[in-house]
Design a protein around this ligand. Structure first.
Ligand code: OXD
Length: 319
């Protein structure tokens, strides 16, 4: 163990400070870690670790003794975009932590809504009152998941369980039992061409920014659907709107956006083929996430290298 009480500063940004403080205090006690956990209030405490979500930039300059930063989410794009985390300071993000099954549930609901045409049965005055309305087709559409991390893998597994023909695409080759996999830029078009329901589960990096643009949509079968639970920056908004308006794409279900909260005047809100949900597919569950952080922090205190921890951020890759 490192010497003395472990001082930790906690900055929860748009998330609940109370919720995180309680869950973390509980997890540290359960892990037998003696910590002094303090909410960031603008004054340095000589912290050894920072646990953060959208932290104020000045935190890192004020706490030069930090040994690692824990990100209260799976995606680190917002943290990196702030540019304030010193280059050599290890960042550890959450891996699954209870979010993957939630994401999979959200995506499967969105898929079921498409395949059953559920929107036809909206409450009055808009919905059909037609018992004989067309039944779903027998043939299940081909689902394709971009990104084969913890979230992507959980989505594939869930969709396969419901009988959808599934395939996944990742930057580097991956093998998943029962799943057709594609890898790298060279196989992306083939993946898009076979995919009737595309789910984006990629992290936002320099490589994935604007990946789903006019050209990518043009590779997909006419009438395909898009579901985005990854990051908004992967989709080019104007190109998605154009593809929907031209009928190339049939619908989009979007939980993440380039700018959040999505501005009220953004055309996504009012587009008849777009469903907007306010980044609620998988709110980070306090308990499992706090346990994951406590376990990782304990390992660091025991001398394990940050780079050996699950969730260690490889800055050259951005995830
Ligand atoms: C996350 C998220 O990054 O909720 O965990 O988007």
């Amino acid at each position: 163990m490192g010497a003395g009480l472990v001082k930790i500063t906690l900055a929860t940004g748009t998330m609940s400070a109370q919720g995180w403080r309680d869950a973390l205090a509980h997890a540290f006690a359960a892990a037998n870690l003696e910590v002094d956990l303090q909410l960031w209030d603008g004054r340095p405490i000589g912290a050894r670790y920072a646990i953060v979500w959208l932290p104020p930039e000045e935190l890192f300059a004020a706490e030069p003794g930090l040994r690692a930063v824990f990100n209260l989410g799976a995606g680190v794009d917002a943290l990196l975009a702030r540019g304030a985390v010193p280059a050599g300071l290890p960042i550890v993000r959450l891996v699954d932590a209870g979010m993957a099954p939630k994401i999979a549930e959200y995506v499967c609901f969105a898929i079921a809504r498409i395949t059953r045409g559920l929107d036809r049965f909206a409450p009055p005055p808009h919905g059909l009152r037609d018992w004989n309305a067309a039944r779903p087709r027998d043939e299940a559409p081909r689902v394709g998941v971009l990104g084969l991390g913890a979230m992507g893998a959980a989505i594939l597994e869930a969709a396969a369980r419901f009988g959808y023909p599934v395939a996944g695409w990742s930057r580097t080759p991956r093998r998943i039992a029962g799943v057709e996999t594609f890898a790298g830029a060279g196989q992306r078009d083939a993946f898009l061409a076979r995919t009737q329901i595309l789910v984006n589960a990629l992290p936002l990096t320099e490589e994935t920014r604007n990946l789903l643009d006019r050209r990518a949509f043009a590779q997909m079968p006419r009438g395909a659907h898009v579901i985005n639970i990854g990051r908004g920056g992967t989709i080019v908004d104007e190109d998605l709107l154009a593809a929907l308006d031209e009928g190339r794409l049939a619908s989009a279900t979007l939980d993440v956006f380039r700018v959040e909260p999505l501005p009220v005047e953004h055309p996504f809100w009012s587009h008849p083929k777009i469903t907007v949900t306010p980044h609620l597919a998988a709110p980070t569950p306090y308990g499992p996430a706090a346990e994951q952080i406590a376990a990782a922090l304990k390992k660091l205190e025991q001398g394990v290298q940050a780079s050996d921890l699950p969730g260690y951020l490889d800055r050259s890759l951005g995830y």
